[in-house]
Ligand binder design. Structure first.
Ligand code: DOR
Length: 428
């Protein structure tokens, strides 16, 4: 159980250690981090030329269990997450049955314990059946271990329902994770409304659909003082609204996904349904605003919105295909390539947004390599280029827009609670 990762570049902004050093772990915990350790080091792992970072934590994923085990299961999804450097993931409530009661939350913990490769943090629904009208059993789900509440995939359009949910959530000190899209403004849109929707002849979803709901919910968050988190922010307008609210002292947080800050609506030119996602891929101007928001701290976290769909479901015409793309296995590579290699973020900032900040938002341990923390650790080679091949995808679904794309930065090994669960060569 005793391992020492030696000579790597340790990037632990939350724990305050940055630089070449050795990391000793034992019995599932970080024991010591220092420039050079010697004596009683247990098994030694040579990390020279590599980076050692805290295990990534994903605030936003869809494991599809229970109900759509043909798309993903707790086992296949957590295995894909592990390969992507995640040691803990929050999974959304839009399963079948919906996770709107403590039985489903218990079930997910049970499956994770039996079959999971990484820690699983279930999110409970805000409303029964995600119908947006009647509050779900929030108290009982909190008692069963739900880490947050969300109707993700759907917007809570009834402001009174959201107000009550926000007030209620403060009793448990759990955040509400919001999917923002005003359905009447989105109408029958299937992609971002703009130049490309016009050229392609596809109905558009205006940025306004997201901005209107973001503005409303910032007011509700301010009024109720609830912990509110904005999922998959995609528009320039939303970034600016969140920035202004934060500068007034409103305590909200926000995430962006790798696909929203790396792809634009121009990708839809070939009508490939792999690019259909909710919210839709936006314009280059929106992508720029997301990067600025990530840089100045308006956007606290990077989350995958890993949304598996089978080949059969996605192999339909663009307007009929379901929304969503998988993201666990490419998140760090895409973020490193798009944000760090280009100078938008420092490695420390990226690590904060993919580990410490998500941990803080859902109030879990992790995100740091401080002694006493769980030994959730990733060995990462920031210089290695790689190309995702479909045959290498571990997730049960293969709906990734990044297949065939060259990415920089590769996960070499992952420890969860001090156990080596993944190395480039094999899964434990
Ligand atoms: O594209 C998406 N797919 N966005 C969501 O918010 C939900 C997700 C899904 O469940 O497939």
């Amino acid at each position: 159980m005793r391992h020492c990762i030696k000579g790597g570049q340790i990037i632990d902004p939350a724990g305050g250690y940055m630089g070449i050093g050795d990391l000793l772990m034992d019995s599932g915990k970080i024991i010591q981090v220092a420039p050079e350790l010697s004596g009683n080091e247990g098994e030694i792992i040579d990390a020279r030329g590599k980076m050692v970072i805290p295990g990534l934590i994903d605030l936003h994923s869809h494991l599809r269990e229970p109900g759509r085990e043909d798309e993903e299961t707790v086992a296949s999804g957590t295995k894909a997450a592990l390969k992507g450097g995640f040691t803990a993931i929050a999974c959304m409530a839009n399963t079948n049955p919906v996770a709107d009661n403590p039985v489903v939350i218990d079930y997910l913990y049970h499956q994770a314990k039996e079959k999971g490769y990484v820690k699983v943090y279930p999110v409970g629904a805000v409303t029964k059946g995600l119908q947006g009208e009647e509050l779900a059993e929030m108290g009982e789900m909190a008692a069963a271990g739900a880490v947050a509440f969300s109707d993700d995939g759907k917007t809570i359009t009834n402001a009174a329902v959201l107000r009550t949910a926000c007030e209620y959530s403060t009793l448990f000190n759990l955040p509400i994770l919001l999917h923002e899209e005003e359905p009447k403004l989105a109408g029958s849109g299937v992609m971002h409304e703009g130049y490309w929707s016009t050229i392609l002849g596809l109905p558009g979803i205006p940025s306004l659909a997201e901005d209107v709901m973001t503005a409303r919910d910032l007011l509700i968050a301010e009024f109720t003082k609830a912990k509110v988190h904005f999922c998959h922010v995609s528009t320039k307008g939303s970034v600016e609204l969140i920035r202004q609210a934060k500068s007034r002292g409103v305590k909200v947080t926000a995430e962006a996904t790798p696909h929203h800050f790396s792809l634009t609506d121009e990708s839809i030119q070939g009508y490939d349904p792999v690019y259909r996602v909710s919210p839709p891929l936006r314009s280059a101007e929106d992508v720029q605003a997301l990067k600025e928001g990530l840089k100045d701290g308006t956007i606290d976290a990077i989350a995958t919105d890993h949304a598996p769909h089978t080949l059969e479901e996605k192999h339909r015409e663009f307007s009929l295909a379901p929304t969503g793309m998988i993201g666990f296995e490419t998140a760090l590579g895409v973020a490193w390539t798009e944000l760090v290699e280009t100078g938008w973020l420092t490695p420390e900032q990226l690590v904060m947004k993919m580990s410490a900040n998500p941990a803080r938002i859902i109030n879990r341990s992790g995100g740091s390599l401080k002694p006493g923390e769980p030994a959730d650790v990733v060995l990462f080679d920031p210089r290695q280029d790689w190309v995702l091949e479909k045959s290498q995808i571990v997730s049960q679904s293969k709906n990734s827009p990044f297949i065939g794309r060259r990415l920089t930065g590769r996960i070499e090994a992952v420890w969860v609670d001090g156990v080596l669960k993944y190395s480039k060569e094999r899964f434990a």
